[in-house]
Design a protein around this ligand. Structure first.
Ligand SMILES: Cc1cc2nc3c(=O)[nH]c(=O)nc-3n(C[C@H](O)[C@H](O)[C@H](O)COP(=O)(O)OP(=O)(O)OC[C@H]3O[C@@H](n4cnc5c(N)ncnc54)[C@H](O)[C@@H]3O)c2cc1C
Length: 584
């Protein structure tokens, strides 16, 4: 007999674990989360928060989304993205990033009701964790996962209460391993991985200092510093990262992993900070220093039986592109509704197989992209002539050469501009953030092939209602004139159908089939004098089906199925599709 029983036990209160707990508790699932430490993240690791992650917070409720904006640094202050010899030194170029360029900002505004922002992990985790606990999650801090055993009916997990030193057993129907980049749950579950850990060495130096004079006129979260040694290890270049504008900072500086971990004491940390800021007398208040490794590893399967792993437990990569916590939160969004439906008896267990089938390709994609982004600093070093010598004097001469009035210098200037502009794949890759498309048994094809990407799929988001893609966001208008995003009309643990004039048969079918299967299906008719008006024609342009057609959307806002026009037997069609998805 176990000491504690719960439906879902989550190991870890990071972005993955806390988001999943918040989502499950919102859906009324009995959930317990444990963390081996007494509190949440104590350093602001993740910060770039993308629109897809914000959509998950919006789904949790307007108050959750609003709190993120309250503590996050707004998008306008994020994106000048400076390349320089030091903050006080010469600026070599900049790349407008994170939706700062007006064309990119327009793409952001068209793609989502949510805004990208900079929300350090030390603020994100408390928001998610508080949401989880206030909605019913049982949280046990200072509780360390040790092992688990699963059988046909559930999982028995052994944890150590670090306050008493006693071991406790927790029996759950499902176990979620959200225990980060050194995941024991993934290891004990025997998940298969591809790639390598420890491909580069890096250190974080967190400090307080008012640097307004160097940065406030060119606001950015990231200031990239090219100095001798800045292309060694780490994330590809020396980085001064804003944590709070403009008096709290995190320096990321690499080291040669083959030479072993350096001793990062206060004197060393202060010297690195002074060098990168370019002020030899700068007074800094060091908060913490730590070392970490650049990893290039992903799980090729993210679940085993009743054990599901997510977040850094399954995708381990450098912070380039800012994908870590964003992807972790979205892993949770994919899994939570499936667990809820299965636990409530509204879906069969095979629905859960789709979690790994859908999310493992994303894990591979983001790990590959983040590591590639490190390599893509190389052309900047090359164009500046920094790879031809390790002598700082010669390196400076090579950089200075770009200012000459010669054909060679003109070619060098062009090479520098192009190399910096190419970093768009790290700093403004809207498609990487937004273009996830799923193929699994939790998606039913309408027979149409996947629409090809018309532009670079990593840079540009391409909305489509092709089953497996994310529901396109457009604004529609209620009878009271208030606008709502199509995403607001879906989600919240329910399936949703979108149709128009002539598609009323789908609404009746949804009512009947929903009742029969015991599930909640939101019905949404968009058109003149209907519940929702499409005055600007945005939904008509986005939906890719006719007025009487249907777009069926899953609780995680991905399109489950669609049909171009009303069917002869709408209830029969909807029943067939939902029974397939729900394994009924
Ligand atoms: C410098 C830096 C910058 C970054 N920038 C970004 C960014 O801009 N955007 C972004 O999205 N990501 C970024 N990341 C990555 C991001 O921090 C991670 O991807 C994210 O924290 C992963 O969340 P997680 O919940 O999977 O794991 P974690 O945050 O690592 O959480 C793991 C949890 O499990 C707990 N735990 C571990 N082992 C046990 C155990 N045995 N028993 C009980 N509890 C356990 C831990 O205490 C913790 O609560 C950055 C990372 C770094 C280092």
């Amino acid at each position: 007999m176990a000491d504690i029983t719960t439906d879902v036990l989550i190991i870890g209160t990071g972005p993955a674990g806390s988001a999943t707990a918040a989502l499950l508790s919102t859906l009324g699932v009995e959930t317990m989360v444990v963390n081996r430490y007494r509190w949440l993240a104590n350093t602001p690791r993740a910060h770039i928060t993308n629109q897809r992650a914000m959509e998950v917070l919006r789904d949790l409720g307007p108050e959750v989304e609003a709190e993120a904006y309250l503590y996050g640094t707004e998008q306008d202050l994020m994106g000048e993205n400076i390349f320089c010899t030091s903050l006080a030194g010469e600026e070599l170029g900049r790349m407008r990033s994170w939706g700062k360029h007006p064309l990119s900002r327009a793409a952001h505004q068209l793609a989502s009701p949510c805004f990208m922002n900079d929300l350090p992990q030390t603020f994100m985790e408390p928001i998610l964790f508080k949401t989880a606990c206030s909605r019913g999650t049982q949280a046990r801090m200072s509780t360390e996962y040790l092992s688990h055993v699963q059988d046909a009916d559930g999982v028995t997990t052994t944890c150590r209460d670090r306050l008493t030193g006693r071991d406790i057993t927790i029996r759950s129907k499902y176990l979620v391993g959200a225990d980060g980049g050194k995941s024991l749950v993934a290891e004990h579950a025997g998940l298969p991985f591809a790639g390598k850990m420890g491909v580069g060495g890096s250190m974080n130096i967190l400090f307080k200092a008012d640097l307004s004079q160097y940065v406030a006129h060119r606001p950015s979260v990231l200031y990239w510093v090219l100095q001798p040694g800045s292309n060694v290890g780490g994330i590809g270049m020396g980085l001064v990262r804003m944590v709070r504008p403009w008096n709290e900072w995190l320096i990321v500086w690499g080291y040669d992993i083959n030479a072993g971990e350096p001793k990062v004491d206060a004197a060393f940390a202060t010297k690195v900070a002074r060098d990168l800021v370019g002020d030899p007398t700068l007074e800094i208040e060091i908060q913490s220093v730590s070392t970490w490794t650049v990893n290039n590893l992903y799980a090729t399967e993210m679940s085993k039986g009743r054990v599901f792993c997510m977040g850094d437990a399954t995708h381990r990569h450098p912070p380039s592109n800012g994908l870590g916590s964003n992807t972790s939160i979205q892993d949770g969004f994919n899994l939570a509704w499936k667990l809820a439906l299965v636990l409530k008896g509204q879906a069969g267990p095979r629905l859960l197989d789709s979690y790994s089938v859908e999310r493992a390709p994303i894990a591979k994609q983001i790990v590959t992209r983040a590591n590639q982004s490190i390599e893509e600093f190389g052309p900047i070093f090359k164009a500046l002539g920094l790879l031809d010598s390790i002598d700082p004097v010669k390196m400076q001469e090579n950089m200075d050469a770009r200012c000459d009035d010669t054909p060679a210098a003109e070619a060098q200037r062009e090479a520098i501009r192009k190399a910096i502009a190419f970093k768009v794949y790290e700093f403004d890759a809207h498609g990487v953030d937004m273009n996830q498309r799923y193929r699994s048994e939790a998606v039913v094809t309408d027979g149409e092939p996947e629409p090809p990407y018309e532009r670079d799929r990593e840079l540009h988001y391409q909305p489509t209602t092709w089953p497996g893609a994310h529901l396109p966001h457009v604004w529609v208008y209620g009878r009271d004139g208030r606008r709502a995003s199509t995403l607001d009309l879906a989600g919240k643990g329910r399936f949703a159908i979108f149709t128009g004039i002539g598609g009323e048969g789908w609404i009746e079918a949804a009512r009947a089939v929903g009742k029969e299967l015991g599930i909640d299906i939101a019905g949404c008719v968009i058109g003149p004098r209907q519940d929702w008006e499409d005055y600007a024609g945005d939904w008509a342009n986005a939906r890719e089906v006719g007025d009487s057609g249907i777009v069926l959307v899953r609780p995680d806002q991905f399109v489950a199925w669609r049909r171009a026009a009303i069917a002869a037997d709408p209830a029969g069609e909807l029943r067939r599709v939902l029974k397939t998805i729900l394994d009924r």
